[in-house]
Design a protein around this ligand. Structure first.
Ligand code: SF4
Ligand code: SF4
Length: 140
């Protein structure tokens, strides 16, 4: 089993086609949509694909055959645990809920697997505890 986080860029003609539904049905991959910015003029989806490696490869090839631009999220955010004060600022602004406040310990827990490296929390952290390790989004 494998996981890939992808950025899909759609044109206006592709917005209403059931492409993501076809991925799940035809390639046996589980899809989690992490972020969607779609209008009638086109848009971007950031999603996570989980499944067998050949299924993921097939799904990417299918998208490209359908003229969807496919990139891989290759950035990630790291947190300096020494600097973090658990202020929770990042909890409310993260668009994919990568931070959760643990109500027992009052610590902010970071789930790096959910992160799409948008950089919003890096700019917002008052303790300067966060940084992006790599700002590239690679074409698959
Ligand atoms: S905003 Fe920074 S200091 Fe505050 S909880 Fe998040 S990582 Fe820690
Ligand atoms: S960079 Fe920060 S705000 Fe953006 S997805 Fe990752 S954890 Fe959330």
């Amino acid at each position: 089993m494998a996981e890939k986080k992808l950025v899909l860029t759609f044109s206006s003609e592709q917005v209403n086609s059931p492409l993501t539904f076809r991925l799940a049905r035809d390639f046996e991959v589980d899809i989690s949509i992490l972020r969607a910015e779609v209008t009638e003029r086109g848009g971007k989806l950031i999603l996570s694909l989980n499944g067998p490696e050949d299924g993921i490869r097939g799904a990417i090839a299918f998208l490209e055959e359908n003229k969807v631009q496919v990139g891989e999220v290759a950035r990630f955010v790291v947190r300096d645990e020494e600097r973090c004060t658990d202020c929770s600022m990042c909890v409310s602004i993260c668009p994919v809920r990568a931070y959760q406040l643990d109500k027992k310990s009052w610590k902010v827990v970071f789930d790096q697997d959910r992160c799409i490296a948008c950089g919003v929390c890096v700019d917002a952290c008052p303790a300067l505890a966060l940084k992006c390790e790599d700002h590239l989004t690679q074409t698959v």
